[in-house]
Design a protein. Structure first.
Length: 174
């Protein structure tokens, strides 16, 4: 889900996508079968968090291999009219300056109540000390202060827990 609002340079995004789909081997059979949808259609591009600093911090965790999951309030998806990711979906992660930095693929999606998010998911998100307690503290604050919906915070609110793998990363200084 797109949390941080950023403006992307279309040329930078297109150049990243051209390279990433080759590096991730999404187009390896094009010579024999023609272009496939995964290699042809540019995936959505978005940044984690609420603002450039948080986007950079969370992206650094992804590039280090620490962050392999994310979570969003289902109510925010509904208000924004966004579809929940499905297994196999691709996305381009942006840094805080709206530069494309990683191509990821969704490997799992589960919708659970906030209070039912697991310690394993909290650990995979890679934030703070990676404990469920810190995950709950951080996400209750985030879901309260950055919410796009007007339902407030509820421990039973549905949360989209998404797992992903990095198919193509770029270094932070690239």
């Amino acid at each position: 889900m797109s949390d941080a609002e950023v403006t992307v340079d279309p040329a930078d995004l297109a150049a990243f996508w051209d390279l990433a789909r080759v590096k991730a081997k999404l187009n390896r059979f094009e010579v024999y079968t023609g272009a496939n949808a995964a290699a042809s259609l540019m995936p959505p591009a978005w940044a984690f968090g609420a603002g450039p600093d948080q986007a950079d911090r969370l992206l650094d965790l992804v590039l280090a291999g620490t962050k392999t999951a994310t979570a969003g309030a289902l109510w925010d998806y509904e208000v924004a009219g966004e579809e929940v990711a499905t297994v196999g979906d691709l996305a381009i992660l942006l840094d805080g300056a709206a530069r494309p930095r990683a191509l990821i693929r969704t490997t799992g999606v589960e919708i659970v109540a906030f209070e039912d998010v697991t310690a394993a998911h909290a650990y995979a998100e890679g934030e703070d000390d990676r404990s469920l307690e810190s995950w709950r503290r951080i996400h209750e604050e985030f879901f309260t202060t950055v919410a796009e919906h007007d339902r407030g915070f509820d421990r039973r609110m549905p949360v989209v827990c998404e797992r992903f793998e990095v198919l193509y990363p770029t270094p932070r200084n690239a």
